[in-house]
Design a protein around this ligand. Structure first.
Ligand SMILES: [Zn+2]
Length: 410
C-alpha cells in the first residue's frame, strides 16, 4: 500500500474550500452552483484515478474503482460536500477527500471487490430544512414532495432544486439502492464534539448514532394583571414552565451514564408583557441518546412531572410530539476491525457514540456501517472556525485504507 500523501489531502481540502467562500466562512448549499462547481473541480483533480463516475436519480455521485470480481457487493465509503450557511471546510469534506486518498493509497493493491466513493447530496438541513436527504432517498426514506414542505418563501423547493440540478423529481425512486448492493459502508468525519480533544485520543471508533426526540410542551394558565392578582390566586404558565425546564434537566441528568441528553432550547411566552402574569407557555424540547430504553425512561419522567405540575399548579399541560427518531447501532464487527488496525498501528483510539446525525445512519440500513471520528479543535463545527489537524485527518485515512483493503479482499 502507498503512503498517505499529506500534500494532496491538504490541496484537495484547501481547493474545495474556495467554492462558496465568503467573508464569514463557506456557504456551499446543497444543489447550488457552488456545490456543482466544487464537485466538478474535485473530479478533475482526481481524473488520474480513472474511476467510473455515475450520478443517481437524485444527484448522489458514485466513484467506482472496479474490482477483480464485479459480481461481488462493492465496499462503499464517502460523505458530503455541502455546508451550512457560514460553515467550515472539514465537515463532510474530510470523508470525501479521505475516501479518495484511500483509493490513491490502494492503487498498487489488488482488490477482489469494487470500491465506491459516495458523494451524498444535501446532508445539511440548511437549504431545505431536512438533513441527509441524499442518503434518505437512497434508502427509500421520503420523497422530493415531502422534502419540499419546509421550503422558505421566495426560494426554490427541493423538487425545483432537483429539477434545476438536472434530475427528474418524478423518477426519484430509481435512486433507491437494494440491500446487498454493498458489503459495507464507512465514513470519516470530524467529531463535532470535544471528547477526543479532551481525552487526548487520536481517533474515534463510533458505535451508535444518537437520534432526537423533539416535542413541544404547551402550558395553559391564566393571563392576569400582574399588580391586581395576589400571589396564591395565580395560574402562572411560566412558573409552571420553569418547573418543567428543571424537570427536563433532572430527567436527562438521571440518565447521563446512558448518554442521554435533554434540552429546552426555545421558550415562547404569551402574552409576553411585563405587567401580565403569563397565561400561556410553549417549551421546545430536544431529547437525544443512543439507548432506546434510557430515552423512553427520560420521556416518561418528563410526562409524569408534567402531569404532577398540571395538577398542583392548576394549569393545563399538553405534549405535542413532532420527531421521534430511533438511534442507530453501527456495525460491531467493523468497529472490531478498526480496533485491530489501530492496535497494529499504535493509534490511540476511543470507542464512542455520535451525538450528531450522519449519512451513515441511513447507510446502516443497507450494509454493515462504521464511522471514524477525527478530533476537531474545541469541538467547533458548522462555523468558519472549524478545524482539524492534517496529521489527524491523514491518520484516519490510513486506517480507512487498511479497512477498505481488508473489506475489499474478504
Ligand atoms: Zn457532516
Amino acid at each position: 500500500m502507498l503512503a498517505v500523501n499529506k500534500e494532496r489531502v491538504n490541496n484537495l481540502l484547501q481547493g474545495l474550500a474556495e467554492f462558496g467562500k465568503t467573508e464569514q466562512g463557506i456557504t456551499r448549499l446543497a444543489y447550488s452552483d457552488d456545490d456543482r462547481a466544487a464537485q466538478e473541480w474535485l473530479l478533475a483533480q482526481i481524473a488520474d484515478l480513472n474511476l467510473q463516475v455515475r450520478e443517481d436519480a437524485v444527484g448522489n455521485v458514485f466513484l467506482r474503482r472496479v474490482g477483480e470480481d464485479e459480481s461481488l457487493p462493492a465496499v462503499a465509503t464517502g460523505s458530503h460536500l455541502d455546508t451550512v450557511i457560514h460553515g467550515g471546510m472539514y465537515d463532510g469534506m474530510c470523508g470525501v477527500v479521505g475516501a479518495i486518498e484511500a483509493l490513491y493509497m490502494l492503487r498498487d493493491v489488488k482488490l477482489k471487490r469494487s470500491v465506491e466513493v459516495i458523494i451524498f447530496r444535501a446532508e445539511e438541513s440548511s437549504r431545505f430544512g431536512f438533513a441527509t436527504i441524499g442518503s434518505k432517498l437512497m434508502t427509500g426514506n421520503g420523497s422530493p414532495v415531502g422534502f419540499s414542505k419546509a421550503a422558505k418563501k421566495g426560494e426554490l423547493s427541493f423538487t425545483e432544486a432537483l429539477a434545476n440540478w438536472g434530475c427528474d423529481p418524478e423518477r426519484y425512486a430509481e435512486a433507491i439502492v437494494k440491500p446487498g448492493t454493498y458489503k459495507s459502508f464507512s465514513e470519516i468525519h470530524i467529531e463535532q464534539g470535544k471528547v477526543l480533544e479532551e481525552t487526548g485520543k487520536q481517533l474515534g471508533i463510533v458505535h451508535n448514532i444518537a437520534a432526537p426526540t423533539r416535542f413541544k410542551i404547551h402550558i395553559k394558565g391564566m393571563a392576569d394583571h400582574s399588580g391586581a392578582t395576589p400571589m396564591g390566586f395565580r395560574r402562572d404558565a411560566l412558573v409552571s414552565g420553569a418547573k418543567l425546564i428543571l424537570a427536563v434537566e433532572a430527567a436527562a441528568t438521571k440518565e447521563k451514564d446512558n448518554g442521554t441528553v435533554g434540552t429546552v432550547g426555545v421558550v415562547e411566552v404569551e402574552p409576553g408583557s411585563i405587567n401580565v402574569v403569563p397565561g400561556g407557555v410553549t417549551l421546545w424540547v430536544d431529547v437525544r441518546g443512543v439507548n432506546n430504553e434510557s430515552i423512553a425512561r427520560t420521556l416518561e419522567a418528563i410526562k409524569a412531572e408534567a402531569e404532577r405540575v398540571a395538577a398542583s399548579d392548576g394549569v393545563a399541560v399538553e405534549l405535542e410530539m413532532f420527531t421521534a427518531d430511533k438511534p442507530v447501532a453501527l456495525s460491531e464487527e467493523l468497529a472490531h476491525k478498526l480496533e485491530g488496525i489501530c492496535e497494529a498501528e499504535g493509534i490511540d483510539y476511543l470507542h464512542m457514540n455520535s451525538g450528531a446525525g450522519h449519512d451513515a445512519m441511513h447507510m446502516a440500513k443497507l450494509a454493515p456501517t462504521t464511522m471514524l471520528f477525527i478530533p476537531c479543535k474545541e469541538g467547533i463545527s458548522h462555523n468558519p472556525a472549524e478545524y482539524a489537524k492534517l496529521e489527524d485527518i491523514c491518520r484516519a485515512i490510513e486506517v480507512l485504507a487498511k479497512l477498505l483493503e481488508q473489506e475489499g479482499n474478504e
